[in-house]
Each structure stands twice: as structure tokens, then as C-alpha cells.
Design a protein around this ligand. Structure first.
Ligand SMILES: [Mg+2]
Ligand SMILES: [Zn+2]
Length: 177
């Protein structure tokens, strides 16, 4: 199989409910101790990386605006996420988060701002050849507004299963560049 050009496309990953267990509605992961990867997350990311997708996390973190966690807490949580993944050989290319309240910014999903920032930072990426995995309708809407195909998976479900299903139907995944 030809190796796809790794610079052309990204897999955008929602965080809560996709990579780590989502807290009940209205609650937030507030510390690294509360952060744990879901079964299937590592394998799903490995499959995407092997197909040449950049791995970019896009996450709403309204808990920051609500004073439930600080930006330092969020950094510590993301450091833990990065370390857990790195121990399995998975390297994230970027993490974009929205720390804002509802209706106050252009980046809180369903707004497409987090994805658009990624396309600014990685200008080689092609939106239509990228993909987003999310567990909320707002994820899917953000992707749609950014011109990115999207896969909605069950909250706290298996990213691996969602990725397998995507790769089996995605014609671009096997395209030779
Ligand atoms: Mg989510
Ligand atoms: Zn925002």
C-alpha cells in the first residue's frame, strides 16, 4: 500500500467522550487524576497515524470560563494526556481548546474556530481530506462549517471502532498521492 502524504490531512479528535471518559452533564474533568483514556482511544489514534493523518485535538472547555478549573489545570490535564499517549507511541500534533462561555467567541463548537485555527497553523492540510471524530452534534456541526467530513460516535464509546468503520468506507484513505 502506498504511504499517503502525511502533510495533507488531519484527524480532528474531540476530547471528552472520545479520548477520555466524559463526566456527567455539567461536570468537568478538573484535574489530571480525573483524566483517563477510554478503551480503544490509543488503537484508534494509532490506526489514524498509520494512515498519515495528523492528530489534532479540538475541545470545548467551558469549565475554565465557569471557574471550575484554571488554564494551569487544563495544561496539566493535557500534559497527562500527552504522556499517556506518548507511552504508547502516539504523538499529538496539536491541541486546540475553547475556554470560553457560551456565545462569547468564534471557537466554541459548533463554531468552526478551533478547526480554522488548525488550518492556519498547518496550511498544507486539506479540509475535505481530513476527518473529525466527535460524540456531540456540536462537533459534527463545527466540522461541517469548516468543510471537514465528520463521524459521530457514541459518548465514551470506542474510537477504534469508529476509525475502523471510517477507514473501511473512506475512499481517500487509500488514495495514492
Ligand atoms: Mg465530547
Ligand atoms: Zn472559544
Amino acid at each position: 500500500m502506498a504511504t499517503p502524504n502525511p502533510r495533507l490531512r488531519a484527524a480532528f479528535l474531540d476530547r471528552d467522550g472520545v479520548l477520555n471518559r466524559k463526566m456527567p452533564e455539567g461536570q468537568y474533568v478538573q484535574s489530571p487524576e480525573e483524566f483517563g483514556l477510554l478503551p480503544g482511544a490509543v488503537r484508534g489514534l494509532q490506526l489514524l497515524a498509520a494512515r498519515g493523518y495528523r492528530l489534532i485535538v479540538v475541545t470545548n472547555q467551558r469549565g475554565v470560563a465557569r471557574g471550575r478549573l484554571t488554564l494551569d489545570d487544563l495544561s496539566a490535564i493535557h500534559r497527562k494526556m500527552g504522556n499517556l499517549l506518548a507511552s504508547k507511541g502516539v504523538l499529538l500534533d496539536a491541541i486546540y481548546f475553547c475556554p470560553h462561555e457560551l456565545g462569547e467567541c468564534a471557537c466554541r463548537k459548533p463554531e468552526p474556530g478551533l478547526l480554522l485555527r488548525a488550518f492556519d497553523d498547518f496550511p498544507d492540510l486539506i479540509p475535505g481530506e481530513s476527518v473529525l471524530f466527535g460524540d456531540s452534534v456540536s462537533d459534527i456541526e463545527a466540522a461541517r462549517r469548516a468543510g471537514v467530513p465528520a463521524v459521530r460516535m457514541p459518548s465514551n464509546g470506542s474510537l477504534e471502532a469508529a476509525v475502523q468503520s471510517w477507514l473501511s468506507t473512506d475512499t481517500t484513505a487509500n488514495r495514492v498521492k
